[in-house]
Write a protein of this length. Structure first.
Length: 518
């Protein structure tokens, strides 16, 4: 069986998307900015792309090799494929409920809880194996007995087995195969400590008082433990990838950083304690570069407390100005929630919480004064992380109903992201393919989206570029340095993580456009 997804209202096999000219022709060449996109090998590459854009198979092969910069909106647990969880659970002799697909973290062979059976059973039973993969993902969604929204969010509770290091290694190797230089993954650390401090806070609506209680209770003293947890996860990944050996796997070359996530469905004291712990950890730990909130935005508690969460974020943003914020906002659609919940979530994430990036942003045209909001995002350089397949599967929003063209027309910086590629059964290449086919984007357009993914990433240090039009690099470096770095440019790159990864991307583009993809 294969996974089927809708594209422009038609059900098609996910890997063989059909072009939707009525959509694609409406937004041609919206975001081309770089001067080098007008001549030489870049122009030849762009022409090949234009000549072959109506062949989904040739486009897929081209885009897999095309440098895509980074995937900066990817949930670690949701990015892992079900098949990996099943193998890891088998190795760990875990048990699974064959009816619900939930793998038990606490029940091992011989399975004591009915109707659980060893996960190893599924490895010998193709029917059960297929059933479990379907329940843990959106594969064969058209045959599921629930919506894509419910199938998607319920999948997370089914996962068990494997270490975070194994998960990161899987994502890193997959990224390397697609010429992706950088991953910014959502992860939780210090959970037991944030829970502990949430129980010591009497939250009565006074955010500053709650903050002082948490700090007085000693939260800062537990931050090194959270740092060690994150550092340990990264070391696990390097060990799985054999990065310090002669047999190092391809994923070792992928730069990795982490966004610390806060669950938005808890009670206020718990949510705020998680926020404070995340902000303090990011302030202290170089591997952690920002914070985000996760869980369904339409959850009853998330909706009830949305304004409070934005005020909490805004308060902490002012206290920790060096901590970057990306927020899931506007991952909603008419019908999923009443209209009253569609008019201000993105605006409050930008104007109250101080988000530098917005994840999804699907309901932007339902917001009050949407064109003014788009201008605000453009003026503030707030990037939108566009997750096309996720928005289709969860919200039923795709094609002309998706605001992607509105963001581009308004000049809002954008990039493409996978969201949860394991659950959605996709990869980042698929999202570039979908964007090209559904919205008529050119090769230079896609190149700008890729550059945006690093320029707006939360990597530390200065950018390689003097501004996000990508026309001029920093004076300390020049184009001749692509072939052989000068000492001054090398020193600049060593001191600035962002510039270093951007430099890697430019070198990848140079090799790609010189024919390495053919």
């Amino acid at each position: 069986m294969v996974s089927l997804l809708k594209v422009c209202g038609v059900v098609v096999v996910a890997s063989f998307l059909s072009s939707c000219a009525s959509v694609g022709e409406s937004v041609p060449n919206l975001i081309t900015t770089a001067a080098d996109d007008l001549s030489g090998s870049t122009a030849k590459t762009a022409q090949w792309f234009a000549d072959n854009r109506n062949s989904p198979l040739r486009l897929r092969a081209f885009l897999k090799k095309m440098p895509k910069g980074g995937d900066i909106h990817t949930h670690l647990s949701g990015a892992v494929y079900a098949e990996s969880y099943l193998q890891w659970a088998t190795d760990e002799k875990l048990c699974v409920n064959p009816e619900t697909g939930v793998i038990s973290e606490n029940n091992h062979e011989p399975c004591q809880v009915k109707p659980e059976v060893p996960v190893a059973t599924a490895m010998k039973d193709s029917e059960l194996y297929g059933k479990l993969v379907d329940k843990m993902s959106l594969r064969n969604l058209e045959y599921a007995e629930q919506s894509g929204h419910d199938q998607f969010f319920e999948a997370f509770a089914k996962f068990a087995g494997g270490s975070k290091g194994q998960m990161i290694a899987e994502l890193s190797n997959r990224a390397s195969r697609q010429n992706i230089a950088y991953l910014e993954m959502l992860i939780t650390v210090g959970k037991k400590y944030s829970k502990q401090f949430s129980q010591q806070v009497r939250f009565d609506g006074d955010i500053d008082a709650a903050y002082q209680q948490i700090i007085t209770a000693g939260l800062k003293a537990t931050i090194p433990a959270g740092q060690r947890e994150l550092q340990g996860v990264e070391q696990q990944a390097k060990a799985v990838l054999a990065c310090d050996s002669a047999n190092a796997q391809a994923g070792c070359a992928v730069e990795r950083r982490y966004l610390l996530q806060i669950n938005r469905t808890g009670e206020p004291s718990r949510v705020f304690a998680e926020m404070v712990y995340a902000f303090e950890t990011v302030k202290a730990e170089p591997l952690a570069v920002g914070v985000n909130m996760v869980a369904p935005e339409d959850n009853v508690v998330a909706l009830r407390d949305y304004d409070l969460h934005m005020r909490m974020m805004g308060y902490l943003s002012a206290r920790y100005p060096s901590v970057s914020i990306s927020l899931h906002a506007g991952e909603l659609a008419l019908g999923l929630v009443p209209p009253d919940h569609l008019h201000d979530h993105i605006r409050k994430a930008v104007e109250i919480a101080g988000a530098k990036r917005i994840g999804h942003g699907v309901d932007v045209m339902h917001e009050d004064n949407p064109f003014q909001l788009l201008k605000t995002m453009k003026d503030k350089n707030v990037l939108v992380e566009v997750c096309l397949t996720s928005n289709d599967a969860i919200l039923g929003v795709e094609g002309k109903q998706h605001p992607f063209p509105e963001y581009l027309n308004a000049g809002v910086p954008a990039t493409l992201a996978s969201d949860d590629e394991g659950i959605s059964r996709i990869d980042l290449t698929h999202e570039y393919q979908r964007a090209a086919l559904d919205y008529g984007l050119s090769y230079p357009d896609l190149k700008t989206l890729a550059r945006n993914s690093i320029h707006y990433a939360f990597l530390k240090g200065e950018s390689l570029w003097t501004n996000p039009t990508y026309r001029q690099i920093q004076p300390v470096c020049n184009k001749a340095d692509v072939a052989e770095l000068s000492a001054s440019c090398q020193q600049f790159l060593n001191a600035n993580d962002k510039a270093k990864v951007e430099w890697t991307l430019e070198k990848q583009f140079r090799a790609f456009e010189n024919g390495s993809w053919m």
